[in-house]
Ligand binder design. Structure first.
Ligand code: PBG
Length: 328
């Protein structure tokens, strides 16, 4: 037998050796916990499509936020479920809207917790689309510029309530620039924008739409969210958001888009986030419930892969568990 000079396995012989050469380390600071706050509830309600995820009334959201912080998490992302929906999404930018109230409540008790708000209209629109729609015969259009105006009002009202970052998830053109300008003009130059810069029209959002009560009542979102076949286009979309002033760039969903995540991180060198979405969560939960795989090991592998592929920040429904696991 020839003597081998190179034996990469030398460094895999023990846990300590493996730790010594480990390239990617997870920390509780990497994660953002999404929370659903509902105006319709006075006690928590389990989301059937997402085991372990709850809709919460405002009075419980503060405890949830404090628990998250105690576990070592630093950031939450709020989604609101309004009492009433209409065709102008007025709940999205109401002074006492559900998200605005939740932000004020969280910030009064946990001022250091980074509080991020989802800026989108789908939860507040009676038809469930992310913008103002016009129906022409069999077709419907989401009107870009009219929608951007409402998104700007929404972002301003979130900033006014004390949000640290606003996170537009609608995929209208020009919304980042319009929001940036309005925030600056309104005295919120310290409020950042985490842009869902490359958001694909995906099957993996299905369970979320139960959680956020936001399924479109007709049609789908393919006229505004991206075609999952396109990665060069994703880079062009992200470039626009960079130009318009996005502080953090997000790719969504996560695992099927590692190539996009990698390219965004390499190309722009900006803080890069990825959203590990509801369908990705539900798949692993279902497989684990059937005993087909071990949840904790699978989740740690996925999160490490996302970070290895360029994610500085990961939005995940497992944020709480991850913070606990990483402490053990
Ligand atoms: C709102 C929004 C969606 C998600 C985040 N923000 C749903 C959608 O675009 O249909 C999905 C998140 C998830 O699936 O976990 N536009």
């Amino acid at each position: 037998m020839r003597k081998l000079v190179h034996r990469p396995r030398r460094l895999r012989r023990s846990p300590a050796l493996r730790n010594l050469v480990r390239e990617t380390q997870l920390s509780a600071h990497d994660f953002i916990l999404p929370l659903f706050v509902s105006e319709k509830l006075d006690q928590r309600r389990a989301v059937a499509s997402m085991p372990g995820v709850f809709q919460l009334p405002v009075k419980e959201i503060v405890d949830e936020a404090r628990d998250a912080q105690d576990l070592g998490l630093q950031a939450v992302l709020l989604f609101g479920i309004p009492e009433q929906k209409d065709e102008q999404a007025s709940g999205a930018y109401a002074e006492n809207g559900i998200v605005q109230n939740a932000v004020r409540a969280i910030k009064s008790k946990c001022p250091d917790l980074v509080t991020i708000t989802d800026v989108c209209l789908c939860e507040y629109m009676s038809h469930g689309h992310c913008g103002v729609t016009r129906i022409d015969g069999d077709h419907f259009h989401v009107l870009n510029d009219e929608t951007v105006e409402l998104l700007v009002k929404t972002a301003l009202s979130h900033a006014g309530a004390g949000a640290d970052l606003v996170a537009p998830s609608d995929m209208m053109d020009g919304r980042i620039g319009a929001i940036r300008e309005a925030l600056d003009a309104g005295g919120f130059d310290q409020t950042g924008i985490m842009s869902y810069a490359a958001k694909f029209a995906s099957s993996f959002y299905e369970p979320f739409r139960e959680a956020a009560e936001s399924p479109p009542q007709f049609g789908d979102r393919r006229s505004y969210q991206m075609d999952f076949a396109n990665a060069d286009e994703a880079l062009r979309e992200v470039a626009l958001d960079v130009d318009e002033g996005a502080d953090i760039l997000m790719v969504k969903p996560a695992l099927p888009y590692l190539d996009v995540l990698w390219r965004v991180h390499e190309r722009f060198g900006k803080p890069t986030a990825v959203y590990h979405v509801s369908g990705e969560y539900a798949m692993i939960k279902a497989a684990a419930e059937k005993g087909l795989l071990k949840e904790r090991a699978a989740v740690l592998e996925i999160m490490t892969a996302l970070k290895r592929a360029g994610a500085d920040i990961i939005v995940t429904y497992w944020a709480r568990e991850l913070a606990k696991w990483l402490r053990e």
